[in-house]
Design a protein around this ligand. Sequence first.
Ligand SMILES: Nc1nc2c(ncn2[C@@H]2O[C@H](COP(=O)(O)OP(=O)(O)OP(=O)(O)O)[C@@H](O)[C@H]2O)c(=O)[nH]1
Ligand SMILES: [Mg+2]
Length: 464
Amino acid sequence: MYQYKGLEDTIAAISTPSGQGGIGIIRISGKDAINVADQVFKPKSKKSISAARSYTVHYGWIADDRDEIIDEVLLTIMRGPKSYTTEDVIEISCHGGIISLRAILKQVTDKGARLAEPGEFTKRAFLNGRIDLTQAEAVLDIINSKTDAFLKVSTNQLKGELSHELAVIREHILNTYVEMEAIVNFPEDDIDSEGRKKLSYDIEKAKSKIDQLLLESDQGRILREGMKLVLCGKPNVGKSSLLNVLLKTERAIVSDVAGTTRDTIEESAQINGVPFQVIDTAGILNPRDQIEEEAIKRSEMSMQGADIVLVVLDGGQELDEKDHAIMQTVKGQNALVVINKSDLDNKVDKSEIIGFFDEKRIVNVSALNKSGVDQLRESIVYNVLHTEAINVHGTVVSNLRHIQSLKEAQTLLASSQKGLLENLSLEFVSEDLKQSVNHLDAITGKNIDVDLLDTIFSQFCIGK
Ligand SMILES: Nc1nc2c(ncn2[C@@H]2O[C@H](COP(=O)(O)OP(=O)(O)OP(=O)(O)O)[C@@H](O)[C@H]2O)c(=O)[nH]1
Ligand SMILES: [Mg+2]
């Protein structure tokens, strides 16, 4: 299907991260993988691995050309086609020091393997037809995953759930396409308006499945990119204390001195499985110097791009014009009003808040004794997702490339329906269907530009 140079080569790379570790792995793949390994591996059993069965592990040493031992290793042999790349694959597990790993890699390349490009093992798995492109991309997502929820969504994709959904949609469209082509080729079977309606109805089935995928892709995007949450409020209301509670670490300095936080603090956190960038701002209102002026600017900047703002109030004190001013600035944004210090006697008059925010957006917490924090987490997630939790069990499309192709396919399906309604010749209508299938095929990689393919795999790390 694709003409790729270098597919015949046997490739090798260090597959574990650089740095020190208990074990490090060198992976070799290609038709000469076993032969290359055989030349550098000295098995304790003294039996050559060239005759070894697939999925067996062998204990021994890697030696250099002068027969000096480089490291003690375990060598795993996976014969194609039942391997990661579908080719013969060898994995050498040695001690995880960079010197040992590099020395072994050098031996392997001296014996005829070439260094693998980033993502080349996974690219081969794709080019050799073991996985499709959505599954290859899922590998990258699993490696880059920062939350449990995104990991779950990515492993579903690796299992082929998205591919399966797309195959169902594709078949729907193709069936309708074939029906149309039959009518085009045998004009005597002309089509009446009822027939056109039926075709449009069939297209609708495919369209509504794509609709569903696109609807949930919002959540997918959130899982991939994360949400931005900004804490704002007067000095000393407990913003940094809340940041620490949300992060579950003592990240920010907390003190009873007003103006403790002078610069914005950004940290990543998972809130009920959803990734957030949590930003604590300086509570400064009247700058005393240039640094404080800059701090205010930064607070304002971070508030502008926020997906949700938490306006923190001190529950132990009556609201004043400064609290009012902050609520006024945030009004209109997606915000929650957090009345902190609920362990103290409440002095906040809620009716003063309701002028700015709906009562449902008010949450009482105590950062000190952590009460109300679970409810705060739930409210945060609900207000950014508009649902209680991300559904990680079905197919969640999170990749922008997939989303774009789905939208293109959707537009073409809509255009074909319009054509049917407007009595357009079926030749043109069926062309729309064909194009929409092409967009679906771009997602799975059945039909994709080679340059784009290279771009996708270049995002991988070496050794994957
Ligand atoms: N009683 C009580 N005290 C709290 C609570 N949360 C924070 N505090 C105290 O309030 C003071 C201010 O807390 P910070 O978290 O530093 O407040 P901040 O809003 O970040 O203040 P700035 O950085 O100065 O703008 C500290 O002495 C905290 O211990 C709470 O829930 N209850
Ligand atoms: Mg602070």
